[in-house]
Design a protein around this ligand. Structure first.
Ligand code: TNX
Length: 736
């Protein structure tokens, strides 16, 4: 018996010790390769001095400590305790790796190069309280746990990509973004700097590219798109600004790879310099819904222009890799262009895809001439051979990246299903979904080595991984860019940095939610919080908070919870579950989307018989999304018209019998994606079918009617030009 008590006591002590050690354990992201936690701490205060030969990193750390903790370090070795940051090119430490040793009286960061020294500092910052990332922190004193860390990256390429064409981001945001990714040991920023919807890099020889091609609006060469509406929208970066950004990034071990997307995705060039495009009346659309957005391959003068552009580009961006696009070319332009067709005959080409290969091969020469290497999207492997150095970005699927590797091209993996951060994070959130719903877990899983059976030779061609954000849907809500990137990019960073054997999603999720959220918050990032899971069973609402310690608040009137809403403490008994809404809260300053119980109908829409008439001609309707879709009340279905809408365009919903209802929500655009919508317009409604009352204006594609009598008809009326070459309409949401 006594022995049993002793064993129990030991067991309990053991558990206590384990949990207390676990508490002290540094929760690092990305997880380093080797961490040994020792006893004791190093105290950082004004008595600490700093020395070493890593000049930038020393200044950087001093700056972080003074801003985030009000601590000033002295230079030299005169302090009571010392921090040394040393770069020794002779040391055996791997490229971008570092050794971090924290003893009670000395912190040493040793690396063989600048990158490793910078990452040693990043890990050291993560050993400090999260406030260290804030500006204006006042800790005065910081205790850093004694550790020995040996660390190095799994992949040499760890990327984050941002499209600034569809949505333009001001310089300050670009600087913030560089800081944020550098904290996560991301070393490449792929800057998608031109596309159909805006050219954003100053090119001195072709000033119209930014004077005109950087702007969209009713009186601009580029029409409104992606929520920019009927105002002048746009912006660009001057060459001076870009040089400073490149330098700022390089200090933080980040290479910026610029992308000029060609020969497709080029509406912004072709509208400013029309001679660049094909000569034809082709009206078929690219997959992105653009017409006439492709460079002509048959016009020799185009190559001189590209040479000029690239010559300026390489002066701005010292990166070895230069990305010139190659994706989603609508080859109908080439099929219908006399120059392209004559060129094909001259070259003995049979198919248009050979024109793409010809173009890419010329781009290789242009880029190689400057001692640089061409990068293109995975379509570029289709038309024929490439230079062995030409690098492919595998985006369409894991398989397409793998095919590029098997064809012998160095490849960066960013398969949409794992790495596209413009994809929805759940069915209820804004975002694309053509690749998948991309969860935190999907990002964490991505592993081009484990998911393919490459030979050792092929493995060498796997350069790394990139998280990518396309910005068609980034115009709203505010700071959605941060929401889409974080924390999914934290997962990508660990997938790219940490050895496969050390990866463990649950462990990552624990580190993220218990420590890294605080860091993200102090970095100033409005990150996404996961929502709780709610089900209604046996008269009870049961809520599973999304992580340990998560605060869930709720309302009982179907409104969005806020910080004053009551906190969920246990099961809720109710006969009206559809009235409850829940959200996760972080420190009362960030909250998840609002959800109700997932297994019940939250809305009870009425479904009266309805017929449609409109200003659109029958042949303008898209066959796959016919008009009758919007008489079904299946809210996933929609009607798509293949043209832009103009003032005076309308859609009229007429009910067979007048409908008694309290509210009609009129949505336009594609359900849950909300583009191709009515950006400038209003709704009208009628009690008798002939006299119409003017109702609300459309805001982001939605307008509401609150009738006082039975409604016979509802009408969508356009007052301005719509946002795309496509317009979509949905079923009415009619509530009692
Ligand atoms: C495909 S990825 C594109 C982009 C879009 C994106 C939306 C790639 C090379 N092209 O132009 O923005 O899908 O997810």
């Amino acid at each position: 018996m006594k022995i049993f008590v002793k064993i129990m006591a030991l067991a309990i002590l053991g558990t206590l010790l384990a949990s207390c050690c676990r508490q002290n354990e540094p929760y690092l992201v990305p997880q380093p390769q080797n961490v040994t936690l020792n006893t004791g701490t190093f105290t950082i205060d004004n008595n600490v001095s700093i020395l070493g030969n890593a000049d930038f990193e020393i200044e950087y750390l001093k700056d972080k400590l003074s801003k985030g903790a009000s601590v000033s370090l002295q230079e030299g070795n005169g302090g009571k305790r010392v921090i040394e940051i040393k770069i020794d090119p002779e040391s055996s430490i791997e490229n971008e790796g570092y050794r971090l040793s924290v003893l009670p009286d000395k912190i040493t960061i040793l690396a063989s190069g600048k990158g490793g020294a910078f990452y040693g500092v990043q890990t050291l910052l993560q050993l400090m309280p999260a406030e260290i990332y804030s500006e204006g922190g006042n800790l005065g004193k910081i205790k850093v746990p004694c550790v020995e860390i040996e660390d190095y990256p799994r992949f040499g390429y760890r990327g984050a990509g941002l499209d600034v064409s569809r949505t333009f981001f001001p310089l300050e945001t670009i600087y913030d973004f560089i800081d944020w990714i550098s904290y996560h040991k991301i070393n490449t920023f792929h800057w998608h700097i031109t596309d159909d919807n805006g050219w954003r890099v100053e090119i001195k020889k072709y000033p119209l590219l930014t004077e005109k091609g950087a702007w969209r609006g009713p009186d601009e060469v580029l029409p409104p798109a992606y929520g920019s509406g009927n105002k002048r929208y746009g912006g660009f970066y001057t060459q001076e600004e870009i040089k400073e950004v490149v330098k700022y990034a390089a200090d933080r071990n980040i290479t910026i790879i610029p992308e000029i997307d060609m020969p497709g995705h080029s509406k912004a060039v072709i509208e400013t310099y029309p001679q660049v495009g094909c000569t034809n009346k082709n009206k078929t659309m690219s997959v992105n819904g653009e017409v006439n957005n492709v460079w002509c391959i048959g016009k020799e003068s185009n190559y001189a222009m590209i040479e000029d552009i690239v010559a300026e580009l390489v002066e701005l961006f010292p990166s070895r890799l230069i990305h010139l696009g190659g994706d989603e070319v609508n080859m109908d332009n080439w099929k219908n262009c006399p120059h392209c067709q004559a060129f094909m005959r001259k070259m003995g080409m049979k198919e248009e895809i050979e024109l793409l290969n010809y173009f890419v091969r010329r781009m290789e020469k242009i880029v190689n001439k400057h001692g640089r290497v061409l990068v293109g999207w995975d379509e570029i492997i289709k038309g024929g051979d490439l230079e062995p150095s030409t690098t492919v970005y595998g985006w369409g699927s894991m398989k397409r990246g793998a095919n590029a590797v098997r064809q012998g091209q160095p490849t960066v993996f960013l398969p949409g299903q794992y790495c596209y951060l413009d994809m929805k994070q759940s069915p209820y959130e804004r975002g694309h979904n053509w690749a998948a719903i991309v969860t935190l877990d999907s990002c964490y899983k991505v592993d081009p080595i484990k998911m393919n059976d490459f030979t050792p030779e092929e493995e060498k061609l796997v350069l790394g991984i990139q998280g990518n954000l396309w910005c068609e849907l980034l115009d709203r809500p505010e700071r959605f860019m941060e929401y889409q990137f974080f924390p999914r990019l934290c997962a990508i960073s660990e997938a790219a940095w940490t050895s496969a054997e050390l990866k463990n999603f649950d462990d990552f999720y624990g580190r993220l939610t218990s420590a890294h959220y605080d860091r993200l918050h102090n970095m100033g990032i409005k990150f996404r919080l996961p929502f709780p899971e709610v089900v209604y069973e046996d008269g009870i609402l049961k809520v599973t908070p999304p992580y340990e310690g998560a605060v869930v608040r709720y309302t009982t009137d179907a409104s969005d919870p806020d910080t004053s809403s009551q906190q969920y403490k246990g099961e809720i008994k109710t006969a009206e579950p559809e009235k409850y809404r829940f959200a996760t809260f972080y420190k009362d300053c960030n909250q998840s989307i609002t959800v109700g119980a997932s297994n019940i109908e939250l809305y009870h829409y009425l479904t009266p018989e309805v017929s449609i008439s409109s200003s659109y001609k029958e042949n303008e309707s898209n066959k796959s999304f016919p008009m009758k879709n919007i008489t079904t009340y299946d809210m996933k279905k929609y009607w798509r018209v293949n043209r832009r809408s103009y003032p005076g365009d309308f859609v009229l919903y007429t009910f067979a019998e007048p409908v008694e209802c309290g509210k009609i929500t009129v949505e336009t655009g594609v359900p849950n994606i909300t583009f191709y919508s009515c950006t400038e317009g209003h709704v009208e409604y009628s009690y008798n079918g002939t006299d119409f009352i003017k109702g609300d204006e459309f805001v982001y594609g939605t307008a509401t009617v609150r009738p006082e009598d039975k409604v016979k008809a509802v009408k969508i009326v356009f007052d301005g030009m719509s946002d795309a070459l496509i317009t979509s309409f949905q079923n009415l949401r009619i509530e009692k």
